[in-house]
Write a protein of this length. Structure first.
Length: 361
């Protein structure tokens, strides 16, 4: 009989993409996989789910307002009861938790039913859910060195799992042709992820405009994060005479990364892993409201290991500063790409699926 794995997931793409990748890898090895978590039924990534899923109720439990806190804990209780039904129906041999409050009811239910837990900790500073449940987990698998000091119990380190389309990318020539971009012009990739894209969009667009006005030969792939943001900047880019591809979203990020010579992004663990995999130098602008400032810590650790990236804090950032940082990275972008490739080669090669399978044998 096939062993069954339940992924406790939810939240941003940064939480979901590693779960989707791990699910695909485990299914190829013959395991049955089911996804469960809060708000999956309405998630924009639902069509990317490789297997069945269950929705459970959840809410952030740490609220300053006592009435909101009471309501949140009531929702968590409801979600835990729903999760117990999911576990009773699916009978998993192992639960893999991917952090955020979206997964908390399932992890509580796992403790009640004594189902083994493994945690995937994607950021340099683990979240509250990961820190709490690490004491009950068989193992917490971290991505950034040093994360283990925040956790209880056994830990291990693995590289961030990437989606299949990213593991087998097109060539740079194919990617540029896919977008109809000029192979003789430097390509800048800009996107803000699923959180806080508005300010980054504005800074990136105006910095690129400034560099083009200064005579720099640049074209852009700008992913705005929403239709509304795209509607604001499409006419501006046209007015400025900046050539490129301007989209609300890109489901095939292998083309965007493969085409890019340089990037302007947030500093989520998933984004950084993709940047390292594609060896694209870039500017990191951490999301300033991330829990425990974990994106800033992610970026600092990355910058300490490679001069191919520049960390800029949003609260201190201006269009001039961003344009200057991009210009400096452009000076020797090819050499920086080579050093980033060497940095990638030094990263741990242990696969997350290998460590998870240890608890299924």
């Amino acid at each position: 009989m096939k062993k069954r794995v339940l992924m406790a997931v939810g939240g941003t793409g940064g939480h979901l993409f590693p779960a989707i990748s791990l699910a695909e890898e485990l299914m190829e090895e013959g395991y049955e996989v089911h996804l469960a978590g809060a708000k999956l039924a309405s998630h924009t990534l639902q069509e990317s789910f490789p297997t069945s899923f269950s929705d459970v109720s959840s809410a952030p439990p740490f609220q300053k307002n006592p009435f909101k806190a009471l309501k949140a804990w009531g929702t968590l209780l409801k979600g835990t009861l729903e999760s117990l039904q999911v576990l009773k129906s699916y009978q998993p041999d192992l639960i893999v938790g991917f952090g955020s409050y979206h997964s908390a009811p399932l992890l509580f239910a796992a403790l009640i039913r004594r189902t083994p837990i493994v945690l995937h900790v994607r950021d340099s500073i683990p979240g509250k859910v990961e820190r709490f449940f690490s004491r009950f987990a068989k193992q917490s698998i971290v991505h950034f060195p040093g994360s283990e000091k925040y956790l209880s119990g056994e830990t291990a380190t693995a590289r961030m799992p990437l989606r299949k389309n990213l593991l087998h990318p097109p060539s740079k020539e194919e990617a540029l042709a896919h977008y109809g971009l000029d192979p003789k012009v430097t390509t800048v990739l800009a996107f803000g992820g699923s959180l806080g894209a508005k300010h980054l969009n504005d800074l990136a667009a105006h910095a690129i405009q400034q560099l083009v006005d200064q005579g720099k030969s640049l074209q852009v792939i700008h992913l705005f994060g929403s239709e509304e943001e795209a509607a604001i900047y499409l006419p501006l880019y046209k007015k400025w005479g900046v050539q490129g591809v301007f989209l609300p979203f890109e489901k095939e990020m292998q083309y965007a990364w493969a085409a890019a010579d340089l990037s302007i992004t947030r500093a989520g663990a998933g984004t950084i892993s993709e940047q390292i995999h594609f060896a694209v130098p870039g500017v990191l602008i951490p999301y300033p409201f991330a829990a425990d400032q974990h994106q800033t810590k992610n970026a600092r650790l990355f910058q300490e290991g490679s001069d191919a990236v520049t960390l800029l804090l949003e609260k201190e950032l201006t269009v001039d500063k961003l344009a200057t940082a991009v210009d400096k990275l452009l000076l020797d972008k090819d050499a920086k790409r080579e050093r980033l490739q060497a940095y990638a080669a030094r990263q741990g090669q242990t696969q997350l699926s290998t460590l998870v399978e240890r608890w299924l044998t």
